[in-house]
Design a protein around this ligand. Structure first.
Ligand SMILES: [Zn+2]
Length: 577
């Protein structure tokens, strides 16, 4: 659930560029320093690494995932328990309050909104009725009780993308203010002209999904262009999840940050329709979905007026929810560099408690993300115990409302407590490994920044290697809190244990992950299990420690790599200056 306001993005990006984008001169001089892992025998490092252990990690996880914490729902008693626990732990560890106002928290104002929509299309003189939620879902993030869009002209805009780096513009200058745009999900799967069975890797990342493919991007560009309503046509393959996932999450209460402008700059209506209903609409206008999709794959695609009108009426039930990010700081030891920062992050929230259920009502969120939050505490303790503190300062940020759309990290990234242009790196943790040590380490969003080069070097000290994620087409890089830092241009790392478990059958991890995804992910049963083995998680935390420690001490700033969408954004902002 990403909703950024362009102007905020631009401002933040610019300062980062000065630090982040133009880097080549510095690279050469220091590369020797980067090629070898930090010597593990340094006493300073040894004590820190050894303080990270499975007992403490499990103990914190058990507390955070206990029924007493009620599934850690933002704005609930579970939040209070969690925020108090984290604050108490950070104090006991001996860290400083992370908020310059002297507290360990950053307030995150949010609004919960529940939509009751009505909708219909008129085409070819006929009315096409739509049944909620079976045919479509629609919400309005505008914090007003009633939203009406009537007789709005409908236009098919293909994938709805404007990507200067690919010379791509699906709008070709068409003014869509007040119109209803109809879009395809994901980004265009453009065949490689030399081998049409493969995708052109120079366009939209080939097999990998770019941010242009994410549903959030579709609504952002619709808002930017002043559309009255934006409708995404759901197709299971390109979306990567069945329509039921969409209708399920869009039929209940959703959240956004309580922005001062009440989100009036966003499209009045954000919607999805099923492909069946889309085909019915297109047929009524004499159009064919497959032909439109083929046209949308071409750079010379032009928007297609559908000679149809859309009508939406939404009743919005709104409530304000005050939530909190929890933040602690370890001040750097270098008089100058202590004003530069490395941020470790993990979301503390989960799905809360459902009092309508009989029996178990608590979504304990043990793996997601009590483990990551416990990991944050273990890292904090390790740093605090170091006799010699790193040169730069380290921030430990436990964010709220990740499950509601990365809202806590978005709020921090848009309201940073420390300058983002002095924030060298973000290292995020979301679901740690409970299936034991692995030989490999997966980098989500492989190829994005030099942080992974540092990771590769440090992983060698653990006899491990880094590998790309197996399914980049799922767009996992856009689905956790590091992304909000990346969006602002801060180099961000999101890595996790790999799939080659030490001393286990080849398919051990694959089976573990399938079981988790099918039976526990976002389910009541995501609880601490007896067969958990956190030794792999400890190894990952020690690795993340090494990466952060290196960035906090060395001269070389982490950077985005050539051709990445975040670097391109930085450069684009530079050229727009
Ligand atoms: Zn999570």
């Amino acid at each position: 659930m990403f909703m950024i306001k362009k102007h905020i993005f631009l401002a933040a990006g610019l300062s980062i560029c000065l630090l982040g984008c133009n880097e080549s001169s510095r690279a050469v001089a220091e590369s020797e320093e980067e090629s070898t892992a930090i010597p593990a025998d340094s006493t300073n490092l040894q004590s820190a690494l050894q303080s990270i252990n499975t007992e403490d990690l499990l103990a914190h996880t058990k507390v955070l995932a206990s029924d007493a914490f009620e599934g850690r729902g933002p704005g609930t008693a579970g939040e209070d328990s969690t925020v108090n626990y984290l604050t108490r732990q950070f104090k006991q560890i001996g860290l400083q309050p992370g908020n310059p106002d002297g507290t360990f928290v950053q307030n995150v104002p949010m609004v919960g909104f529940t939509a009751q929509p009505k909708a219909s299309f008129t085409a070819g003189g006929k009315t096409i009725n739509l049944e909620f939620p079976n045919d479509y879902v629609a919400v309005s993030r505008r914090f007003v009780p009633t939203i009406d869009v009537n007789n709005s002209e409908m236009v098919f805009v293909g994938y709805g993308i404007v990507a200067p780096e690919y010379g791509w513009d699906d709008y070709k200058g068409l003014d869509i203010k007040g119109k209803t745009i109809v879009m395809l999900i994901n980004d265009p799967p453009i065949p490689d002209s030399k081998n049409t069975t493969a995708l052109d890797s120079s366009m939209f990342g080939g097999k990998a999904m770019t941010y242009y493919g994410r549903w959030t991007y579709k609504y952002e560009i619709a808002a930017e262009k002043g559309a009255a309503a934006a409708i995404i046509m759901h197709e299971t393959g390109p979306a990567g999840y069945p329509y039921e996932v969409v209708s399920g999450s869009w039929s209940r209460e959703n959240f956004d940050i309580n922005n001062p402008d009440k989100n009036m700059g966003l499209a009045a209506v954000e919607a999805w329709i099923t492909s069946e209903k889309a085909k019915q609409l297109l047929a009524a206008t004499g159009k064919n979905l497959e032909q439109l999709k083929a046209a949308a794959l071409k750079k010379d695609f032009r928007p297609v007026p559908l000679n149809a009108k859309a009508n939406f009426n939404i009743k919005n039930t709104l409530r304000e929810v005050q939530s909190k990010n929890v933040i602690a700081k370890l001040e750097g030891s270098d008089p100058e560099l202590k004003d530069e920062y490395v941020v470790y992050s993990a979301h503390w929230d989960h799905l809360g408690k459902d009092t309508n259920l009989k029996g178990d009502q608590v979504y304990n969120g043990a793996l997601d993300n009590a483990t990551g939050t416990a990991g944050l505490l273990e890292l904090a303790e390790a740093y605090a115990e170091m006799p010699t503190k790193p040169k730069r300062s380290i921030l430990f940020l436990a964010v709220t409302a990740e499950e509601k759309g990365l809202l806590g990290s978005k709020y921090y990234a848009n309201n940073p407590l420390y300058p983002l242009n002095k924030t060298l790196a973000n290292i995020n943790m979301d679901v740690l490994n409970a299936y034991g040590p692995t030989e490999d380490v997966i980098v989500i969003g492989y190829g994005n920044s030099t942080l992974e080069d540092i990771l590769a070097t440090e992983a060698k000290s653990q006899n491990r290697r880094i590998v790309p994620e197996a399914t980049p087409e799922n767009g996992s890089f856009y689905r956790s809190d590091h992304f909000e830092f990346a969006k602002q241009g801060v180099p961000a790392l999101y890595a996790e244990s790999g799939v080659v478990a030490r001393n286990q059958p080849a398919d051990y991890v694959q089976k573990w992950n399938e079981n988790y995804t099918t039976n526990d992910y976002h389910k009541l049963s995501d609880e601490v299990k007896d067969d958990w083995n956190l030794a792999g998680a400890v190894e990952d935390l020690q690795l993340f420690f090494r990466v952060g420690y290196r960035v906090a001490n060395t001269k070389q700033y982490p950077e985005w790599k050539e051709g990445t969408e975040f670097k391109a954004k930085c450069d684009a902002m530079l050229s727009a200056k």
